[in-house]
Design a protein around this ligand. Structure first.
Ligand SMILES: Nc1ncnc2c1ncn2[C@@H]1O[C@H](COP(=O)(O)OP(=O)(O)OP(=O)(O)O)[C@@H](O)[C@H]1O
Ligand SMILES: [Mg+2]
Length: 361
């Protein structure tokens, strides 16, 4: 069975233009049943537009949106069996929690008994039992957002679409809700499509991340794969912290590649059948894969440099090291490895060869 057969949602060459402004450009996407998929990208890259087309609020200019194999173009939102949680999808202030959660069921003309059971189950899923008769103004931000979630899941949609649902919450609550949302999704076995510009949020919750940039899919894959093997400087830079170091020369050495960087060379295993050595222009190295060579230690793949800046973050220190004029390498060093190092110190950095990702652009 191909993955398209088990897809809950499939986008086929979906394009959306507003006049001459192309905001979503031939997006192809498969969301398998029961997966948590995030659409991640900077502001204005087309995330909400894409989600709104899945929901049915906007029609694509061209392309198809399929839900469980059926093309949805022309099908109104209420017929798509989709639940929605948006950043500003406010609760009805004059209704209690239970009335808010029952709202979608009333619209579907469910019986009173069915509604009661569904409301109870939904509130249990989001850990809000006992809050039935409260009004929204009597709830914290996190409880309000959980109520909105309960309202969306109560009618048991096949898919839940969430657009930046946590962005109004403070950091601590947002981090707690990330874990909770993932647990709720797993417990329900429901397909979630989650839009965010927060890469940590996407990494923390998703089975799969779709990185968008300028209306196109820049990369998609499991969070760990995208983090370790970004396909472009954009993705490397957007996901996590990275050094994007210009490569001035590439030499092949016994099945390995020697990359000449400003300030030194690194020898790496030739990783890429996909990228011809002649195409390599940059390499991505994560700061946590840059080590400090201790005095007296010998190592390969060493770049000497001078410490320009240090920020102590408790468990580790962020170092900015000038390895050649105009070329700074960021390193994240555990505090216990940093003895007698200060701003202005001459030090040596070792680049972990297994963690160097060559890039074309
Ligand atoms: N109704 C519209 N008419 C014209 N242009 C629009 C319309 N809606 C969105 N756009 C444009 O489409 C682009 C994508 O917008 P969209 O809302 O999808 O971005 P986004 O990725 O959700 O951004 P954010 O993270 O800021 O929410 C933007 O450049 C926006 O200005
Ligand atoms: Mg948006």
């Amino acid at each position: 069975m191909s993955s398209a057969d088990t897809a809950d949602i499939q986008l086929v060459d979906v394009t959306k233009s507003y006049g001459s402004n192309l905001v979503v450009d031939k997006v192809n996407l498969i969301v398998p049943k029961g997966e948590f998929v995030s659409i991640l990208g900077p502001s204005g890259c087309g995330k909400t537009t894409t989600l709104n087309m899945v929901a049915g609020f906007h029609e694509p200019t061209s392309g198809e949106i399929r839900i469980r194999g059926t093309n949805q173009v022309g099908v109104p939102p209420e017929k798509r069996n989709i639940g929605l949680v948006f950043q500003n999808y406010a609760l009805f202030p004059h209704m209690t929690v239970a009335e808010n959660v029952a709202f979608g069921l009333k619209m579907k003309r469910k019986s009173r008994a069915e509604t009661e059971v569904a409301v109870k189950n939904a509130l249990r899923s989001v850990h809000l039992e006992g809050y039935e008769s409260r009004y929204p103004k009597e709830l914290s931000g996190g409880q309000q957002q959980r109520t909105a979630l309960a309202r969306a899941i109560a009618p048991q949609p096949s898919v839940l679409l969430l657009d930046e649902p946590l962005s109004n919450l403070d950091l601590k609550l947002r981090e707690a809700m990330r874990v909770e949302l993932k647990e709720i999704q797993e417990a329900l076995g429901m397909t979630f499509v989650y839009v965010t510009h927060d890469q940590e949020e996407a990494m923390a919750m998703s089975d799969r991340v779709v990185v968008m940039s300028g209306g196109v899919v820049a990369q998609e894959g499991r969070p760990v794969d995208i983090y370790q093997n970004p396909v472009s400087a954009f993705v490397a830079d957007f996901i996590g912290k990275s050094n994007l170091l210009p490569v001035t020369k590439v030499d092949e050495e016994k099945g390995k590649l020697r990359l000449t960087l400003k300030g030194g060379t690194v020898l790496i295993a030739d990783p890429s059948a996909s990228l011809a050595p002649g195409k390599i222009e940059l390499c991505c190295v994560r700061p946590e894969n840059v080590q400090l060579v201790q005095p007296g230690e010998t190592a390969e793949n060493v770049l000497p440099g001078r410490v320009d800046k240090m920020v102590n973050l408790g468990a580790h220190v962020d170092l900015w090291v000038d390895v050649s004029r105009g070329c700074t390498v960021k390193a994240q060093i555990p505090v216990r490895r940093l003895q007698n190092v200060d701003v202005g110190s001459e030090i040596k950095l070792r680049i972990d060869p297994a963690a160097v990702q060559p890039l074309a652009h």
